[in-house]
Design a protein around this ligand. Structure first.
Ligand SMILES: [Zn+2]
Length: 475
């Protein structure tokens, strides 16, 4: 059991960051670790942070969603935690994966204000609305963590919690034919794209736009995530209602000749607001703490920086409290998501200092592999080092280094008709809602510019190895 919990902690760890470019939501770590209503267990439990990661994943429909946790210093030595949990917390703090600060107070709200990130809360925080009026004026920026069926869901502020009947109602489940095009070596062409992009529906629309039936022969789902994700997928499979399936569904499943997928159409959801003026000014600069070993603003930090805390009008280190020094402009950086079959799988950062090679199997472990999500034909098509992403002149630039080329999807806005350009052994400067396709259905998308639709699969839980939690999740 200890081994399994360690594995879960390692999995959770990969989804934590204090890099403001990479993070997708901010949360008070201790508040959720003490949120007993999530599982009815111990007074404090670090695994609950995994429930938040899962809830964020489901909210964003992003299997690689990244969380920015803030922890009060006293949590690191909390006696009610297991020694293992304290050790893990200490490691996360040293690696800058969580932010440690003497007093949490309004720090998570401040980070949300400075960066525009959504704020995850267990309870409302009206006491901070004087400094941050958007807590009242823009309730959608606050995501409330609500216990649900042994796990948790996030509910945007101002909305009533979804009905607690043990099933999620956050997505509309369609019954369209799974529009997957048989992989062809030459299929990285414009004609296939329409099949995988389903229109998003307006806020609250109940009618799922079925995926366009392309008439293509359905094939086995090409991009299956790793095996351990299967229990979650199975758990989320719509259960047949007691007393028999409705006629429509029955006729679909009885036929059996065709493969049907679940088309999930989500409402447009809040993902990120504009940073506040102070936040934008702070994030434009690189800061240095007087403590050389500082995990937040020290010299040895390997990931992108957080944002300083403002103390009496002075930017200060959240960890050490002293003023941080402005050491120049912050290098431009972009978050990029690997989107396979319309589900984001992993996020990474490309910065001016750190170009990233993406491919099936890049030689450098610091580069990014898409190998885990490829079916045979895609794996044969995508080169070991397929493209290089770099930042030049404040823009993200992609350079094709493959044998088969890369397709650029050009969009100046999310709903605009797309144009494509084939890239072969040359560079292209990404703009607007452009994306990069390595192979049909294997895409690199900038920031949160994913078209919010998913066909056929959903994020797996980070808690699958946790004995008690996993049992609850698949109940
Ligand atoms: Zn410091």
């Amino acid at each position: 059991m200890r081994f399994e919990v360690s594995r879960v902690m390692d999995t959770i760890e990969q989804r934590l960051t204090t890099d403001v470019t990479l993070a997708q939501a901010v949360v008070d770590l201790a508040e959720v670790a003490r949120f007993v209503a999530l599982d009815g267990g111990r007074p404090i439990n670090l695994l609950r942070l995994g429930m938040v990661v899962d809830a964020l994943s489901r909210y964003l429909i992003d299997a690689g969603a990244m969380l920015y946790p803030v922890a009060g210093r006293e949590v690191l030595s909390e006696a009610a935690l297991t020694s293992k949990e304290r050790m893990v917390l200490g490691r996360w703090a040293d690696d800058g994966l969580i932010e440690v600060t003497p007093v949490v107070a309004d720090r998570p709200v401040e980070i949300a204000d400075f960066t525009g990130l959504p704020l995850i809360v267990v309870r409302d925080v009206p006491q901070f609305a004087t400094r941050f009026p958007w807590l009242v004026d823009s309730p959608e920026r606050v995501l409330r963590l609500v216990p649900r069926a042994g796990g948790a869901v996030l509910t945007p502020g101002g909305e009533p919690p979804p009905p607690n009947d043990g099933k999620e109602r956050l997505v509309v489940v369609g019954k369209a034919t799974l529009p997957i095009i048989p992989p062809e070596p030459d299929s990285a062409s414009a004609s296939t794209k329409a099949a995988t992009n389903v229109e998003t529906t307006a806020e609250g629309a109940a009618a799922a736009e079925p995926a366009a039936d392309t008439g293509a022969e359905p094939v086995d789902k090409p991009a299956e995530p790793a095996d351990e994700t299967k229990p979650a997928a199975a758990a989320a499979e719509p259960e047949p209602p007691k007393g028999g399936q409705p006629d429509g569904l029955q006729s679909f499943t009885a036929r059996g000749a065709q493969r049907f997928g679940r088309t999930r159409v989500v409402r447009r959801r809040f993902t990120r607001a504009e940073p506040s003026g102070v936040g934008a000014a702070l994030m434009a600069r690189e800061w240095q703490c007087g403590e050389p070993d500082c995990p937040a603003f020290g010299r040895f930090r390997r990931i992108g920086q957080p944002v300083p805390r403002m103390r009496a009008g002075v930017p200060a280190c959240p960890r050490h409290g002293e003023a941080v020094k402005d050491v120049g402009p912050r290098p431009a950086a972009f978050a990029v998501a690997i989107v396979v079959e319309d589900l984001a799988r992993r996020r990474f950062v490309v910065s001016q200092d750190h170009p990233i090679v993406v491919g099936r199997e890049p030689a450098d472990p610091d580069d990014v592999s898409v190998g885990a999500w490829l079916h045979e034909a895609a794996a044969a098509w995508i080169a070991k080092e397929h493209v290089k992403l770099a930042v030049d002149g404040g823009k993200l630039v992609v350079t094709d280094t493959s044998d088969n080329g890369t397709v650029i999807w050009k969009r100046s806005a999310p709903d605009i008709k797309e144009e494509t350009e084939r890239l072969y052994r040359k560079s292209y400067r990404l703009d607007g809602w452009d994306s990069v396709e390595l192979y049909t259905g294997v895409e690199l998308v900038v920031g949160d510019h994913r078209l919010q639709t998913i066909v056929g699969s959903e994020p797996a839980s980070v808690l699958l190895d946790a004995p008690t939690v996993a049992l609850r999740l698949v109940d």
